[in-house]
Design a binder for this molecule. Structure first.
Ligand code: 13P
Length: 257
C-alpha cells in the first residue's frame, strides 16, 4: 500500500449555522483524535471558519470552499487566499463542480486561484470530474486530463508539492449514486498518469488523490481499500456525526494497512 497519508475532507457547502456547526466540529475533533491515521479537514461556509477552527481544537484542519484569483483590492464579495490563511485555514477547495458548472469557473481562472492558494501557504484541493454526458459518451478520462492540464500547466512541480486532487464525478455528487470502486480507481489512474506526464513519476506517486460523490459510512471502506484511492471529499455525509466518523475511521484503517 502506498505511503500517502489518507485525507478526508468534509465539504459542508452552504449548510449549518454557527451553533450547529460548532457542535458538529467538536464531535469531528473527537473522531479525528480517535482515528488518528487520517488527515481530516472541514470546509465550512466562510463566516464560520474561525468558530469551527477553534471548535476543532487542532484535531482537524479547517479550509475554505473557494478563494479569489486576485490578491486583494476592489473585488466585492471575494475572499483572498491570504485571508483564509489569516483566520486559520490550512487548505482550500479549488474548482468544485458546483463552481465550475454552477458559476462557470473555467480552468484558466482556477489556475490563478491555485497560484494564490500556494502563495498563501494553503494546501490546494483541486477538484476535477466529468458530467454524466461526458461519461456516457466515453469522454470521462479526456475530461479529467483536460481539466488537470488546464489548471496545472502554468505551475511547477515544486510549487504543487502539497497538491491534493479530488476526483468528483458530477453525476455522483448529491445523487446517492457512487462511482464503483473500479471506476473510481480507473479515474484515479488517469489522474496519476496525467500528473506523471506533466511533472514526474515520483511526484505523481506522492500526490493524494481522493474520491468524492455520495461517499457514506457504507461505501467508504470499499473505496478506501483501493490502492489508488487516498481518501474522500464528503458532502452530505459530512454533516452527520455518525456517518462522518465512520468515514474517518475507514480512512484511518487504510493508513494502518
Ligand atoms: P456528496 O457527498 O453530498 O455527494 O457531495 C460530494 C461533494 O461535492 C464533496 O465536495
Amino acid at each position: 500500500m502506498a505511503k500517502r497519508v489518507p485525507f478526508v475532507g468534509g465539504n459542508w457547502k452552504m449548510n449549518l449555522a454557527r451553533a450547529s456547526g460548532a457542535e458538529l466540529a467538536a464531535s469531528i475533533a473527537a473522531a479525528a483524535r480517535r482515528h488518528a491515521g487520517a488527515e481530516v479537514c472541514v470546509f465550512p461556509p466562510f463566516p464560520y471558519l474561525e468558530v469551527i477552527h477553534s471548535a476543532l481544537g487542532g484535531a482537524a484542519a479547517v479550509g475554505g470552499q473557494d478563494c479569489s484569483d486576485q490578491k486583494s483590492g476592489a473585488f466585492t464579495g471575494q475572499v483572498a487566499a491570504s485571508m483564509l490563511k489569516d483566520v486559520g485555514c490550512g487548505a482550500v477547495l479549488i474548482g468544485h463542480s458546483e463552481r465550475r458548472h454552477g458559476l462557470g469557473e473555467h480552468d484558466a481562472l482556477l489556475s490563478e486561484k491555485l497560484r494564490r492558494a500556494v502563495e498563501a501557504g494553503l494546501v490546494p484541493v483541486l477538484c476535477v470530474g466529468e458530467t454524466l454526458g461526458e461519461r456516457e459518451s466515453g469522454r470521462a478520462h479526456d475530461t479529467i486530463e483536460t481539466q488537470l492540464r488546464g489548471c496545472l500547466t502554468a505551475h511547477s512541480e515544486d510549487s504543487m508539492a502539497r497538491l491534493v486532487v479530488a476526483y468528483e464525478p458530477v453525476w455522483a455528487i448529491g445523487t446517492g449514486r457512487t462511482a464503483t470502486p473500479d471506476d473510481a480507481a480507473d479515474a484515479h489512474r488517469t489522474v496519476r498518469r496525467t500528473l506523471a506526464d506533466l511533472y514526474s513519476a515520483s511526484f505523481s506517486e506522492s500526490v493524494r488523490v481522493i474520491y468524492g460523490g455520495s461517499v457514506n459510512a457504507k461505501n467508504a471502506d470499499d473505496l478506501f481499500q483501493r490502492e489508488e484511492i487516498d481518501g474522500g471529499l464528503v458532502g452530505g455525509a459530512s454533516l452527520k456525526t455518525d456517518e462522518f466518523t465512520a468515514i474517518i475511521a475507514a480512512a484511518s484503517a487504510r493508513a494502518a494497512r
